[in-house]
Design a binder for this molecule. Structure first.
Ligand code: SIN
Length: 206
């Protein structure tokens, strides 16, 4: 009898584990390149954050000598940030996805779980607890944080920086395109992309 109860517990525990789904929210490069296997991709938004090019990148889109800029999230009551949520159901796929993300997002010091929405008119989340990475403004845990700067200054840095994953400007242009594709208007990204395009065309004309 005891062994029957125990094996039932093991079965239930296994079933609970296999039914645990991982949802990953992407608001930067994860929008256009997941880099892991997933079952479903949903467009939507999270509440209380805005996307900002305040995170320094010395491993992907810049170098320690000349850091690039990538996006992070800044807490802002009332704001929403559009992106995509990826559903990863299979246990092995979840393990591989997490291993991939822990390396790729290693310069982001926070991993948080928030609610994800698809309907701006409804207060009910479509998904509870999507996982995302944030580069916080705390320099003790996030040494690469750069923070805000004048638009021209950020644009000039992005126009010049390049790292192992490619030019910083490509990251910005990919993000600008990817946001347009999901129907999101983000003036911070659009203004920065236009400022970098202006720098590039001025240089080409000189
Ligand atoms: C993200 O895409 O969600 C995180 C930031 C990045 O890797 O660009």
């Amino acid at each position: 009898m005891i062994s029957l109860v125990l094996s039932l517990r093991v079965i239930l525990h296994r079933r609970a584990r296999s039914e645990m789904v991982l949802w990953v929210f992407g608001y930067g490069s994860l929008i256009w390149k997941a880099g892991f296997r997933y079952d479903e991709r949903r467009v939507g938004f999270i509440r209380g954050f805005r996307r900002v090019f305040y995170q320094g990148s010395t491993d992907h889109r810049g170098t320690p000598e000349f850091p690039g800029r990538t996006v992070t999230l800044e807490s802002l009551p009332g704001a929403i940030c559009w992106g995509v949520a990826y559903k990863v159901s299979d246990e092995e796929d979840q393990k591989i996805a997490l291993e991939h993300l822990e390396v790729r997002e290693k310069q982001y010091d926070m991993k948080v779980y928030v609610d994800f929405y698809t309907d701006a008119d409804s207060p009910t989340p479509a998904i509870n607890g999507v996982m995302l990475y944030i580069g916080s403004a705390d320099k003790t845990t996030n040494q690469n944080y750069l923070g805000p700067a004048a638009l021209d200054e950020m644009a000039s840095q992005i126009a010049q920086a390049e790292g192992p994953s490619g030019p910083n400007r490509d990251y910005l242009f990919h993000l600008d395109d990817a946001l347009k594709q999901i129907g999101c208007e983000d003036s911070h990204v659009r203004d920065l992309a236009n400022a970098v395009r202006k720098i590039i065309s001025t240089k080409a004309a000189a």
